[in-house]
Design a protein around this ligand. Structure first.
Ligand code: AMP
Length: 598
């Protein structure tokens, strides 16, 4: 029932008093975006004025934007490497932040093949919680009655390590789920999960997924929304159900937990809720045993109103598959966040995926925007583009996000390209265009052109003894299978037809490529099973020339034509696939351990 409160917002009538406060906060903060940004920058610079970093740039206690912008450079992660290394190695002095660095958050963006280490401080957890607390009040404006049921969310923790200096290093969501902010969150009828903490926090990904799926099936009538952080995660859960429904339904039928689940706290919890339920088991079995899994989510969880998963950016590739399994349920993208900082939320979460815009919340950090005007000829610009403030971005233009955070990142380039779609009050709203320099991505892995090139080089060494070389290559993220996998098209030049590389050798080339890819890719292959074995498709000689002819026939200039290192345009892929002479898959998993290689 909507509350008629004095805090009622222009967003719509809130569902309850608590929602009214959250919506009021959104209205206030977005209405005064510029002054909030001023306050945020002043707070960050005041508290950190004595840090080594700010002292180095001779800020001398200044907290105004002009001085800040004139004295501090815009930087990337590579520029901060020395400071990050010192902190990782145990230097506890105030290098970046006056507040102690509590841990490192390991980003899915990599540097030299390893996850980037993002310093964070304790109070950032409050900021993350604040952003989370705004999501349901907004959703309740669009989907009434969510307090009458539960959310089936597949949420996981990942492995963590310690740096040489003893700081924890783990992904931001692992940090959040293990925090008291999450574990001891107060009961909120609008945000009840079917998954217990015991399942979410179980470090074994099979046991965790199994228990979360089982809980979701047991409470299937109560489930009103189904979700995961990213689309790839939800599809992994569907795949898991495909592989494990016989055992899951048996557990439900006899009321006893699969003995493969050995985690003591998980077993204790599941033993309490699992009772023989042959009727439910039969119902799930009936749906899962059909050959056709179209609409399976809506068939099993019949009361589902929407799927809560991010399908913007690299995840857009999963929309058709999600539509298939959900029978076309609405897809809600609720927030935009990263290890560096949580940025903002979607104020119209039930809109179509292509229409999603995120409103950056001005209280989360100090935001700047570097105009992103790709120069089609690749010539350097005469002068660097002028960086603009949050409220000064222009509708229709693209920018790269630059942040200054409470945790001690100053004018840091996140690497995301955003396009302004409009404003909510004075806060701009952004369409997520893409992450810079990402060629291939299946899950949270991000492989750039240089990494792919290196992987091809390393793998092609195995061809030398066959007098064969890779003359051209391109790639494609094949997400038609679950999990998806990288496909690399190779055109080979062999000088000795009596001694061409065998299937076994080309399989080893696949593995060598995987060994060369970054740790997030390898973790996806080994620990998360979110990425399938890499495939090399050898194409006929002359195929890449045909590719060029095709591009030129469509208007590309011969002088400027470069082989695309990644393809996703259907006619091009059809051309490539029609020229495939053999296909080879990686025969084993690449090496991956939670420990960093450097
Ligand atoms: P990580 O540092 O591993 O936490 O990854 C953060 C990155 O994921 C962001 O910088 C974006 O590139 C991407 N990302 C996060 N949220 C979204 C979203 N809602 N839509 C598209 N991409 C996103």
């Amino acid at each position: 029932m909507a509350v008629d409160s004095p805090l009622s917002s222009q967003l719509g009538p809130p569902a309850c008093e608590r929602d009214a406060k959250a919506l009021h906060f959104i209205e206030e903060t977005t209405s005064h975006a510029d002054s909030v940004q001023d306050r945020v920058l002043t707070e960050i610079l005041t508290r950190n004025s004595q840090t080594e970093y700010l002292t180095r740039f001779k800020l001398n206690g200044a907290t105004d934007r002009e001085t800040f912008k004139s004295k501090l450079p815009i930087i990337t992660y590579e520029d901060l490497q020395p400071e990050i290394h010192r902190i990782a190695n145990g230097d506890r002095s105030a290098i970046l932040s006056a507040h102690p660095i509590s841990e490192f958050l390991t980003s899915s963006g990599t540097s030299a093949g390893e996850r980037k280490l993002m310093p964070t401080i304790k109070e950032e957890l409050d900021r993350r919680r604040l952003l989370y607390s705004l999501l349901m009040p907004v959703m309740n404006l669009y989907v009434p009655g969510l307090e009458r049921g539960k959310g089936l969310y597949f949420l996981f923790v990942k492995s963590e390590t310690r740096t040489p200096g003893g700081l924890l290093a783990r992904p931001v969501l692992t940090s959040y789920y293990k925090s008291d902010h999450f574990k001891t969150r107060p009961y909120d009828p609008y945000n009840v999960y079917t998954s217990p903490n015991e399942a979410i926090l179980c470090p074994d990904s099979f046991q965790s997924m199994y228990a979360q799926m089982l809980c979701g099936l047991l409470q299937r009538q109560q489930v009103l929304r189904v979700g995961a952080v990213f689309a790839s995660g939800l599809l992994r859960a569907i795949r898991f159900l495909q592989l494990n429904w016989p055992q899951l339904t048996q557990d439900i039928e006899i009321g006893a937990l699969n003995p493969k689940l050995t985690d003591p706290s998980l077993r204790e919890y599941m033993d309490k809720i699992l009772k023989p339920n042959p009727e439910l088991a039969e119902c799930v079995r009936h749906e899962c045993s059909k050959d056709n899994w179209e609409g399976i989510i809506a068939r099993i969880w019949q009361n589902t109103k929407y799927l809560d998963v991010i399908v913007t950016g690299a995840m857009a590739q999963y929309i058709p598959t999600l539509d298939y399994y959900s029978g076309g349920l609405p897809l809600a993208c609720t927030m935009y966040a990263s290890s560096e900082c949580y940025f903002g939320l979607n104020l119209n979460p039930m809109c179509k995926p292509s229409q999603v815009s995120y409103t950056i919340m001005p209280n989360m950090a100090y935001f700047e925007f570097l105009p992103h005007e790709p120069d089609s000829f690749g010539f350097p610009r005469d002068s660097p583009p002028k960086v603009v403030d949050l409220v000064d971005v222009e509708v229709g233009k693209e920018y790269e996000l630059v942040i200054t955070t409470y945790a001690g990142l100053y004018r840091y380039r996140v690497g995301d390209i955003l396009r302004v779609t409009g404003f909510h009050n004075s806060a701009p709203q952004f369409h997520f265009v893409r992450r810079k320099n990402v060629l291939l991505s299946i899950d949270s892995d991000k492989t750039d052109e240089a990494e792919l090139q290196k992987a091809v080089e390393n793998a092609s060494r195995l061809l030398r003894e066959f007098n064969t070389s890779v003359v051209e290559y391109t790639s494609y993220a094949d997400t038609r299978t679950i999990p998806g996998h990288y496909v690399i098209y190779w055109e080979l030049l062999g000088k000795d037809s009596a001694n061409s590389p065998t299937d076994e050798v080309l399989k080893q080339c696949c593995l060598a490529m995987e060994e060369s890819l970054n740790s997030v890719y390898r973790q996806g292959r080994v620990a998360d099973n979110s990425i399938g074995p890499l495939e090399i498709r050898v194409v006929k000689n002359g195929t890449f020339e045909e590719l060029m002819d095709y591009a030129i026939s469509r208007g590309a200039s011969i002088n400027q034509y470069k082989v695309p290192r990644c393809v996703n345009f259907t006619p091009i892929m059809e051309l490539l696939d029609s020229r495939v002479v053999s296909s080879h898959f990686s025969p084993a998993s690449p090496l991956w351990t939670p420990e960093r290689r450097r």
